[in-house]
Structures are given as structure tokens and as C-alpha cells.
Design a protein around this ligand. Sequence first.
Ligand code: ADP
Ligand code: ZN
Ligand code: ZN
Length: 766
Amino acid sequence: MSARQTGDKDLMTGRFANIIVDISHEKVDRPFQYRIPDTLLGKLEVGMAVMIPFGLGNKRIKGYVMEITDQAQYAEEKLKMVDSVVEGGISAQGDSLRLAWWIRENYGSTMIAALKTVLPVKRKVKQVVKKTIVRKVGADAAAAKAAEFEAKHQGAKARLMQELAAQPALPQLLVTGKLHISSQTIQSLCKADLIEVKAEETYRSALPQTLSGADGWKRKEKRQLSENQGKIVDSILADFRAGVYRTYLLHGVTGSGKTEVYMELIQQVIAEGRQAIVLIPEIALTYQTLVRFYQRFGDRVSVMNSRLSAGERSDQYERAARGDIDIMIGPRSALFTPFVRLGLVIMDEEHEGSYKSEGMPKYHAREVAGELCRMKGASLVLGSATPSIESYYRAVKGEIRMFVLRERLAGGQLPRVYVEDLRSELKSGNRSIFSRRLQGLIGDRLKKGEQTMLFINRRGYAGFVSCRACGHVMKCPHCDVSLSEHADRSRRISRLVCHYCGYEVPGVTGCPACGSKYILGFRAGTQQIEELLHREFPAARVLRMDADTTRSKDSYEQILSQFAGGEADILVGTQMIVKGHDFARVTLVGILAADMSLHAGDYRAGERTFQLLTQAAGRAGRGVLPGEVVIQTYQPEHYAVVHAADQDYEGFYREEISYRELMMYPPVAHMMAVLVLSEEEQAGAGRAGKLVEQTKQQFADRRPVVVGPTEASIGKINDVYRFVFYIKHREYQVLTDIRDALEQTIHAMRWNADSVQFDFDPMNSY
Ligand code: ADP
Ligand code: ZN
Ligand code: ZN
């Protein structure tokens, strides 16, 4: 364990340890006090993992030391004794503990769940031992010995000494493998004092094979920054050097040079002896991105991602704690890299939904990053082409400072965008998935040998119902979100349900607005589109990317590189294709059903749609050839579609924020979802109702807005029934107060801690 911070030091002398046990349950969600045995006095540290006797049977379980003190809470002789320190257990640093408390307080979970979140690596995995065979004599002597062995017909010894005459050391694996030299031979040469075997513990590399090879990457010098980039870097660094640690929003389209700004900031921060964490959504963490960082910073960089083995992860964690690296790149969990001198956190594509954890605790990495930076004294830089409404709102209010990068640097202009109204396509008799404009342009690209990407927007698809003739969408009158179709399979009667408040109407057979019979969901999938393409453009070579075709390892990268290599004319895919690679020959992007994500049935639908459309459109015209984009929609007048077509973020923001203001949705107010789980339907409904009643009575003077309870949109998972209600209030604190009050009830009623889950400012509806 590395050097402790002062402050914790004085605590280490105590005779008692307050310990959180490794059980996630309300009843044990508090520290328990233990006596420290003489053998461990002065050896325990805050954050250490220990074994302790627990419960009636004194079973040995794991726990984490929260505090060491001389203050006994009970009569000393009644306290049980700490058993031992967990061998190879990872200790939490003081900062991690504080961060865990903060997460527990802000999102509601047990302390142990919060602790496990900030300790992404649970235990050390033994390091790999690498053995090298080194000669103990000079090159000439080795050559002479080789000749000697040769003369005595000792072929193996001769071969090894010959190799060692050429180079002073060889990996043992090479010697026993490729050179076919037995360990007896090695031993006998060791005895003759001609060679020795050196063992060295090495860290597993987290780099892709091609990078970690000795000459897999070439170091690149930095670029000359543009004037605008330079100014941004200077302002942030001026704050940093003055000890002012703030949050910044870097708003710039893809290709406007944000990554160059990040790298320059990192370099300067490292020069000051500090360290940096770079957060990237897992799906965008591509080989290309890594290469750029390695080219600039070499092996001072490491990476965390879900594909690493436990050993690889543990090693990266260890290297960071020891200060062997300066930069950690990775998704959400990379935030918990144990850097001692953290100076900078970068969060690229900060609007991405994957930064919110959907497990327990349901934390948002952006907010946790903010708290981490406050604790550590570090700057936080958020970057995006389409900032989250939350961040932009804070920038408008002046809480965070915003910088804008407007132009693409590597050439390429913004594409020309067409919005095609599918209602009028239907009117003129075109029932195909492709509008006439899109068909024409695809044909044109095939003729020219240029590439096309077709994107089907299936994100958040939740069975919304809209009219194909007039575009009318069935909405909840109370919540202003789309109603979702729930089909009752046994009776084949469908209902339309609001996921927030439970409002319900029977399924409709005709459009309430225009009377048309074409009122239904848009249900085309990627496979269907692929088939249609084959029919309409028999000569076209088509690749498809979706959950089906990317199941095997590396298939995602494979499809993208096939397409980049020109092995296909058209790539059809879900939102997976919007990220990552740059394709210079893509000059046409078709967005087949822009509406899909508009009707996900939650208040973020407009924001998500705008982001997806803007990103998808940005895929066209990345090279020298100009690009065109076709957005197909039933709602060409929807503000998310209109502003995405114009690539006008500010315009979109103005309309979106007034909607949130009107409906009291985040970030204008805060919203807490409370999910109640139970194996018995009655009991679940009863509990949800009870918690709602308590909220309304106990907090009447704070006037929270309570919506529900209702059955969740997925009412049952694995035989567990799910009920949900929402509470809105302008002050976050009121929501955490309500949460605390509800937790007391949960505790008093002895319900399982995990049976009620809290989600603050949720990303989805339940
Ligand atoms: P973003 O992160 O906003 O997508 P990048 O930093 O990746 O933008 O920059 C886009 C392209 O422009 C890259 O190829 C990058 O090398 C290049 N680039 C960035 N800054 C400069 C600069 N100052 N001069 C020349 N090229 C630049
Ligand atoms: Zn209609
Ligand atoms: Zn509603």
C-alpha cells in the first residue's frame, strides 16, 4: 500500500476498528466496531480489507476498515476481535472512502455497494513472472564455448551459446520453445557459470498486441494548435496553475480538434507532476483513439475496458497507484483509477447515456467526476458535439465555463441535409422504407463508386403508436411523453400506457386526428432493410451491423474495417455505426426512421433524437468529397428534427429547455425514480403505495410532485414484479431527504435493501 495521507496517520494508533461488512442489506449498512488484536496493532489502515467474525455463528466474512479509533462504542469486553487482514486484498484509499460515502449519500445504495463501485478491482492477481537467460561471459568467450561444445557433439549447448554470443540475453520461452533447449541443458550451463536465469515480475500489458510490440507505434510530435485551440488550452491552464479547479465544457463538432486540446492539456498537467483520467464511452473506445494517445505519450498511458482479464485490470490499477503511468483511458469505471496526484479528468462525449450506471448504485460518472475533482483539486473538462442539456444548462447559468470550436480542422465541410416527409411519400403511393430521394441518391452513389451508410434508429424503441398518414402520435395528457403499446397476448387486445404515471387508454384502430387506418408502429429491422436493398439494388455489396452480426468477439471492428477497406458499397446498421471510424468515401447517409427515438416514452427522447441525428449526419463527407444526408421522418416539423437538419444546437437547446421548464423535468428540476420490487404482486403494489403516501404526508410542506405509483413498463422480470413512482422537486436535497425517510421505513419494515431502488435524474423510464 502506498504512503498514506496525513490525517489518516493519527487514526492508525487506535485500538478499535469500525468496519463495514461485505453484505448488501439495509440492516447491516453501518460500521460495526471490532477490537484490534495485539498482533495487528498499528498495522491496520483505513480502507484495508479484513476478515471478521460476524453474526450469531461468528462466521468469518470480509469487511472494510472505515475508521480506527480509541473510542469504544460499547463495553470493551463485548467487542469481537478482528481476525486477519485479507491477503492480496485491495485497500481503499482515504479518498475512495470519501467518494464512496458521497455516492451512497447522493444516489442511495448500501455503503458496501458504493465501496465496491469505487474499487473496480477487488483483489490483486499475481503478476506474471518473466524469465530471461543471460550470459555471464563475454561475447567472444561465448562463441569459443559454442565451438567447444560443437566439437564435443553437444548440439543443444552449442546452439544456446551461439545465440548468446550474438546477443547478451534471451527470453526463456524462446530458448525452450523455438530453440528446443531442455531445462537440464540450461541447468548444466548455469552450474558451469556460463549463464544465469533472471526472473522478473512484469505487469500484463493492457495495450492491443500490435501496440505493445517494441515498434508497434511510432512516437509522434504534437501538432501546432490553431489559435482558438491554443486560447482554450491557455485559459484552462491559467486556472489550473493558479490552483483554481473548475469544470469546463468544450462544445465542438466531431473533427473540430477537441482531442488535440485534451492531449495538450494532459501534457501540460503531466509536466506539473500530476496525472490525468480520460473517460470515453466504451463503444467509442476504438483502436484508432488509443493509437493517438500512445503516439503522443508512449507507455505512460494505460487503458481499462471490459475486455481486459482480471489480471490485466489488477495490474493497471497497481501501476496507477505506484505512479508508473500518468494517463488512464477508459469508460465509466476508469474514474476510480487510484492516482495519488490526479490533476485532470477529461470526459469525452459527455452526453452519452452509458456514463450513467444502471446497476446499484445508479451513479452518473459526470457528477462523480465533479465530486472527485473537488476532493482532489483537479480540473474537469467535458467535451461533446451535442452537449447534454444538463451541462449546457449549467454553462448558460455560468456555473461552468464553455468554449466553442466551430470548424472542422481536417478538411471536409458539413454535409447537405434533406428532410423527407414520409407522410407525403405514403400519399403519393410510395410504401417502401426508402423515400424517392434516398433511392435516387443510393443509385447515384453506386454508379460513382462512393459509399452509403443507412442508419436505423432503434434506440429506445418502446412500441409507440403513430399515424403514417398525418404523423399524429398518441401521448399522455399529463406527462407529455409518448404512450407505449402493451399487447395482452392471451386476448390480443392492446392498451396504450404512460410509463411515468400509468395513464391508460385502449389501443386505437383509427387515427384520432385524421381518421386514417394507418396508425401503427414503424417496425422495420436491419435485416429487412438488407433484403430490400438486395431487391432494389442487386449489384450493391451490403454489410449489416447490429446486435446479431456483432455477437462474436472483434466482429464489430471487423465489419468496420471491411467497410473502410471498400469491401462494400452500403453499410446498414443500428446506432452502433454512428461512432468510431472515419470513412473518407462515405458521401451519403440515410436515416431511415428518425422518429423512432422521439417516442421512447421518457422526457429525454427529444434530446437523444437530436444527438443521434446530428451524429449520424456528421458521418457524411468526412473526406474530401462533399456529403449528403437524408433524414426520413413522419414529423419533419418536430424541433429535434428541424434543428438536427440545420446542425443548430442552440436552437434545439432553447426549445428543449422550455419543455423541461414547463414539465419540471431535469435539469430545471430534479426527478427521483423509486422502483419497488417484489415476488408478490400484491405486496409490491402495497409497498409502492405506502411509500407514496408517506412521501405525500411527511413532506407536504415541501410540495414535491409525486407521479404514480404504477406498474413499471416491464412489469415483471424473472418472476419479480416491478412498480415505480417518480418524485420531482427543484431541490436535489429535498429528494435525498425523502429518500432517507423512505429508507428508514424500508429498514423498520425489514424489507430487503435491494427491493427498493432509487434512481436520481433517470436516463430512461421504468
Ligand atoms: P475531435 O476530437 O473534435 O473529433 P480531433 O482532435 O480528432 O477532433 O481533430 C480532428 C482532425 O483534425 C484530426 O485528424 C486531427 O489530427 C486534426 N487536427 C486537430 N487539430 C489540428 C491542428 N491544430 N492543426 C491541424 N490539424 C489538426
Ligand atoms: Zn392521422
Ligand atoms: Zn403520464
